[in-house]
Design a protein around this ligand. Structure first.
Ligand code: ATP
Length: 346
C-alpha cells in the first residue's frame, strides 16, 4: 500500500444484512485524503448503512474499514477520527451558538484559551462570528446547518461524514449551502463523505461519486464521468434525464426502430441499449448526413434558458436553447452526434 492510500479511508468487502434484507453486498471503496466523496443512490440502497459503518455506529457482518492504514472496523465511534453531521442536526437549544460549537472540546477537557481560539476560527470560517452569543432558535435554517458543520469541524476529524445534511433546507438555501460546503471543503483540504439521493447535489459538491443501488456500488467516477459516461441504464437514468435507445449491432453502429445509428465504438453485445442526454441531441437545419431522425414535437416546455421537447418517435427528449420557438406538431430533423452516444453495458 502506498503512503497516499494509507492516509485515505478504505472500505473492503463489506457485507451487512438486516434479517433477510441485504443492506450492503460486498462493498469496497477507497476515499483519498482531502477528497469530497459522495455516496449517491435512491432511498433504501444502503448508503446510510455504509456511512454508519464508517462512523462506527454499526458493525459490518464481514469486511473491514481502514483509516490511515489502521483497521478501525471494531473501534468504537467515539475513538474514531471521524465526525458525523446528521440530517437532523439538532443543536442544543439552551446553549449559545458558541457553546454548541464548543461542546465537543469542553467534553474532551480542552483548556479555555484553546476552546476560544478553535471555536472562533470555525465560526469565522463559516461566517457565524456575529452570531456566537445567539441561541439556535434565533438563527435561520441555513445558519443552524452551518453551526452543525462548525460543531463537527471544530473537533478536526480526519474524516467528516455528512448524512443528507441539506435535506431540511428549502431549494434556494440548499443550492447556496452546497456551494458553501464545496468551498469550505476545498479551503480545509479535509476528507468529506456525503450521503445523498439528490443527483444535482452530488454533481455540484463532489470530487468523486459512488453510485449505489440495492446494496452495491454500481459505478465510481468524477461528476462528469458518471453523468456523461454512465455504464448502466440505472446510472444513466438516476443521474438525470436520458434517452435510452434499444438496438441490434450492425456494421459501424446499431440498427434501431428509428433507423441506423452510427457509433464510434463497437458494442460488446449483439442486442442492447445506447444512451444520449437530451442536451446532446441537436436540432438540425435540414437532414443531417449521419444519425438524422425526422421527429414530431408532442410537447414543448419553456424553461427560461432552455426549451424541453418531447418528440415522436421515441418518445425522445431534447433540451435546446430557448432562442427558437416550438409548437406541438412541428416537424424537425434531429441529429444524434456520435460523441454524445454512450453504449451501455447491458
Ligand atoms: P434512505 O435514503 O432512505 O435513508 P439509504 O440508502 O440510506 O436510504 P439504508 O438506510 O442504508 O438506505 O437501508 C438499506 C436497507 O437496509 C433498507 O432496505 C432498509 O430498510 C434496511 N435497514 C436499514 N437499517 C435497518 C435496521 N436497523 N433494521 C432493519 N433493516 C434496516
Amino acid at each position: 500500500m502506498s503512503a497516499d492510500s494509507e492516509k485515505g479511508l478504505s472500505v473492503v468487502n463489506v457485507d451487512k444484512n438486516y434479517a433477510d434484507v441485504k443492506a450492503l453486498v460486498n462493498v469496497s471503496l477507497k476515499v483519498r485524503e482531502g477528497e469530497f466523496f459522495t455516496l449517491l443512490g435512491p432511498s433504501g440502497c444502503g448508503k446510510t448503512t455504509l456511512l454508519r459503518i464508517v462512523a462506527g455506529l454499526e458493525l459490518p457482518d464481514s469486511g473491514q474499514v481502514i483509516l490511515g492504514g489502521e483497521d478501525i472496523t471494531s473501534l468504537p465511534a467515539t475513538k474514531r477520527q471521524v465526525n458525523t453531521v446528521f440530517q437532523s442536526y439538532a443543536l442544543f437549544p439552551h446553549l449559545s451558538i458558541f457553546e454548541n460549537v464548543a461542546f465537543g472540546l469542553r467534553s474532551r477537557k480542552f483548556p479555555q484559551n484553546e476552546v476560544q481560539t478553535r471555536v472562533d476560527r470555525r465560526l469565522e470560517m463559516l461566517g457565524l462570528e456575529e452570531m456566537s452569543s445567539r441561541f439556535p432558535h434565533q438563527l435561520s435554517g441555513g445558519q443552524q446547518q452551518r453551526v452543525a458543520l462548525a460543531r463537527a469541524l471544530v473537533n478536526e476529524p480526519e474524516v467528516l461524514l455528512l448524512d443528507e445534511p441539506m435535506s431540511a433546507l428549502d431549494a434556494r438555501l440548499r443550492a447556496q449551502v452546497q456551494v458553501e460546503l464545496r468551498r469550505l471543503q476545498r479551503k480545509l483540504g479535509q476528507t468529506f463523505i456525503l450521503v445523498t439521493h439528490d443527483q444535482a447535489e452530488a454533481l455540484v459538491v463532489s470530487d468523486r461519486i459512488a453510485v449505489m443501488s440495492d446494496g452495491k456500488i454500481i459505478q465510481f467516477g468524477t461528476p462528469k464521468e458518471v453523468y456523461e459516461q454512465p455504464q448502466t441504464r440505472f446510472v444513466a437514468e438516476f443521474l438525470g434525464a436520458a434517452n435510452l435507445i434499444a438496438g441490434r449491432k450492425g456494421a459501424g453502429g446499431i440498427d434501431t426502430e428509428m433507423g441506423f445509428i452510427n457509433l464510434t465504438a463497437t458494442p460488446e453485445w449483439n442486442q442492447g441499449t445506447v444512451a444520449i442526454r437530451p442536451e446532446r441531441i441537436r436540432i438540425a437545419e435540414g437532414q443531417p448526413e449521419k444519425n438524422g431522425i425526422k421527429a414530431k414535437v408532442t410537447e414543448a416546455i419553456y424553461r427560461g434558458t432552455n426549451v424541453d421537447l418531447w418528440l415522436e418517435p421515441g418518445p425522445l427528449r431534447v433540451r435546446t436553447p430557448a432562442q427558437r420557438d416550438f409548437e406541438v406538431d412541428d416537424e424537425v430533423w434531429l441529429e444524434l452526434p456520435e460523441e454524445g452516444l454512450v453504449i451501455l453495458d447491458e
